[in-house]
Each structure stands twice: as structure tokens, then as C-alpha cells.
Ligand binder design. Structure first.
Ligand code: WQD
Length: 336
């Protein structure tokens, strides 16, 4: 039974990926510093799969702690989620983002290099494309100057991994996520934004639940059919399964280069107003919203060309937008 280290494994995407790894027989070790997650997620994962993952509360910025972890644990692969991810916060505190997101990545890669650990999956983001010139967005789309330190840490992270693969024979895959939403069918794990949600869907569900007074729609003067910005909203379980496919590609040595990138989305763009309509249809909850000014740094439209990921990862999305929105609402309801 192979052992996979999942950093950030108690977070939103990390916890859903741990469930899928355990469901197909991997032994999972989670490292999380609990800065943006809750320890109760460990019990929720255990309730879903019947197997309690090994957990270490570790701050990956501590080089010595990272080293001693690898002194005592034999790892066959790493899925690296652990990172700060709030775009706005990264503009306020760039050094925290560079220290955490880049520092922890470097320490992990140094241990992989020194101990000849192969198979690394990196949590990247479609944010590396900025506003792409062509839609849908393929992996060949040019990388644009980052709009935020958060986005920059993803771009720099990919470059660091690419250089390390080249120099040290490591094999790695970067998955460029579009917009992950929804929750596990069990309603035991989901998105747990701490404080005021930055992302659309948790703000939508908290508004519907009466926690937030009203949803602000950031701009309706974009060059899109209804004027609101378009994104590619992918069910978090579909996204989790893409990590399994990527890991198995590396474990089975099916990768064609030692560093590969894949766009992970549904391939369909949905506007903010369409999300609101779809949410109301899927949940019968009426949403109180108003149109306000654009949010600084937002792009007009982003949705994935999934051709390469579908083919090379032998993976495609199975869940619908309606299922994702319904699961997000059921998860919100379960938070009472
Ligand atoms: C989606 C759309 C907003 C909130 C960011 C990061 C990306 C990834 C996902 C981490 C936009 C609009 C939002 C609200 C709104 N993060 N919106 N009212 O900005 O596409 O992507 O989160 O991995 O890297 O860049 O996601 O959910 O914040 O916004 O109108 O209260 O919803 O303007 O058009 P985004 P989002």
C-alpha cells in the first residue's frame, strides 16, 4: 500500500482529495498547520471513509520540522495544497505569502531531492493566465504578469518545480484549478471560509442562510452577454478526482515530461448572474443581491479548454453545476 503525503489535507480541496485517496486504498498522511482549517475535518474524513488518516500539525515554514518529518516517514508521493490563498490578503501582506507559499515549497522539494522521493502534485491555479487572450484557455496560453502576490506564488512555484525536476530527475504535475465549489455528497466536508467569504459561492450560501445581509455582484459592465464576469465553476469532488488521476499517471510512469501542467475545469463558463439564477433554481432559495462596482483585479472571463486534461489524465468532470450548487447549499445548511 503506497503512502501519500497530503499537505493542507484538512482544507477544502485537500480534505476531498484525502477521501478519494483513501477510497482507492492509499495510506494517507496529512500535514496541516490549521491556519485555515479545523481539526474536526479529520474526524469528518474518518466518518466518510472509515479510516483515520495520520495527522501531523506542522508549519512547513520550519525547515527543521520538515526535515524531521521525513526522517521518520517513508513517502511514495506528495500532493501539496498547503498555501495561503486569499488574493486580497496577499496584496496587503505579500511577504507572508512569499515566505509561506514559496518557503514551504522549497523545503518540501529539498527533502524530496535529498531522499529521492518522486511524484509531486502541485496545487496551481488558472490565475497564472490572468485575462487570457483566447477562450477557452489551453495549457499553451501565455502566462501573464501576476495580478497579485498570491497569483505570483503560483507562477513562481511552477517555475521552481520545473527547475527542480530538470536538475534532480523529479517527476511533477501542476494542476491549474479553475473555480472549485460544492461539497462532498455526505455533507460532512465542504468549504469552511474563516471570516467574511472572499469567494462567490460561500458568500451566496451564507446570504441564502441569512448570515450575510445581501450579496454584492461585483460589476455588470463587463464585456459578457449579461455584463457580469464569467468563471469555470468545477465541483470539488471532480477536482479531487483529477488529483488521483494525476498521481496515478506519475506512479505508473505514464507522464511524457518530468514536469507537466493541466487545466482542471469543466470547460463551461458561467456568469455571476447565471450562478445566482442556477442557485435559486437548484435550491428554491431566493437570493438578495445588488449590483455594485467591479472588484479590483478581477478579470472578465476564464474557462478551461479541457481537451488535454481529459485525454492525458483520462479524467473528466462528472458532476453538474446544479449538483455543485445544491451540495454547497446542503453543506451550508449543515453548518447550523
Ligand atoms: C468569482 C466571481 C467575482 C464574490 C479566486 C482566485 C483563484 C481561486 C478562486 C484560490 C468573480 C464575483 C465574488 C462576491 C461577486 N482561489 N464575486 N461577489 O476571483 O474567480 O478566483 O478564487 O485558489 O485563484 O483568483 O473567484 O469566487 O472570488 O469570484 O460578484 O461576493 O464572482 O467578481 O467574477 P475568482 P471568486
Amino acid at each position: 500500500m503506497k503512502t501519500i503525503l497530503v499537505t493542507g489535507g484538512l482544507g477544502f480541496i485537500g480534505s476531498h482529495t484525502v477521501v478519494e485517496l483513501q477510497n482507492i486504498g492509499f495510506n494517507v498522511i496529512i500535514i496541516d498547520d490549521l491556519s485555515n482549517s479545523k481539526i474536526r475535518v479529520l474526524d469528518s474524513i474518518t466518518e466518510i471513509t472509515g479510516k483515520k488518516p495520520t495527522f501531523h500539525k506542522i508549519d512547513l515554514r520550519n525547515k527543521e520540522t520538515v526535515k524531521s518529518f521525513f526522517d521518520t516517514n517513508s513517502i511514495d508521493g506528495i500532493i501539496h495544497f498547503a498555501a495561503f490563498k486569499a488574493v486580497g490578503e496577499s496584496v496587503q501582506n505579500p511577504l507572508d505569502y512569499y515566505e509561506n507559499n514559496i518557503g514551504s515549497l522549497v523545503y518540501l522539494l529539498q527533502e524530496m531531492r535529498d531522499r529521492k522521493i518522486d511524484n509531486f502534485i502541485f496545487s496551481s491555479s488558472c490565475t497564472v493566465y490572468g485575462q487570457a487572450d483566447e477562450l477557452p484557455i489551453t495549457e499553451k496560453a501565455p502566462i501573464k504578469p501576476a495580478e497579485s502576490p498570491y497569483g505570483n506564488t503560483k507562477q513562481i512555484g511552477e517555475e521552481i518545480i520545473k527547475d527542480t525536476c530538470k536538475a534532480n530527475g523529479l517527476n511533477a504535475i501542476a494542476l491549474r484549478y479553475f473555480n472549485p465549489i460544492g461539497a462532498h455528497d455526505s455533507v460532512k466536508i465542504g468549504e469552511l471560509p474563516l471570516g467574511v467569504p472572499q469567494n462567490l459561492i460561500p458568500y451566496v450560501t451564507q446570504t441564502a442562510a441569512g448570515i450575510r445581509e445581501q450579496l454584492s455582484v461585483f460589476g455588470d459592465d463587463y464585456d459578457t452577454p449579461d455584463g457580469t464576469a464569467i468563471r469555470d465553476y468545477i465541483h470539488v469532488v471532480d477536482l479531487a478526482k483529477a488529483h488521483i488521476s494525476a498521481l496515478q499517471r506519475l506512479l505508473n510512469k505514464e507522464n511524457k515530461n518530468n514536469f507537466e501542467c493541466f487545466n482542471v475545469g469543466t470547460g463551461t463558463g458561467t456568469s455571476v448572474l447565471e450562478i445566482i439564477q442556477a442557485f435559486e433554481n437548484a435550491t428554491t432559495q431566493k437570493l438578495n443581491y445588488k449590483i455594485v462596482e467591479r472588484r479590483e483585479g478581477d478579470i472578465t472571463s476564464a474557462y478551461a479548454d479541457t481537451t488535454i486534461a481529459n485525454k492525458e489524465l483520462n479524467w473528466k468532470t462528472e458532476k453538474t453545476l446544479e449538483e455543485a450548487l445544491k451540495s454547497a447549499w446542503e453543506w451550508q445548511e449543515n453548518q447550523k
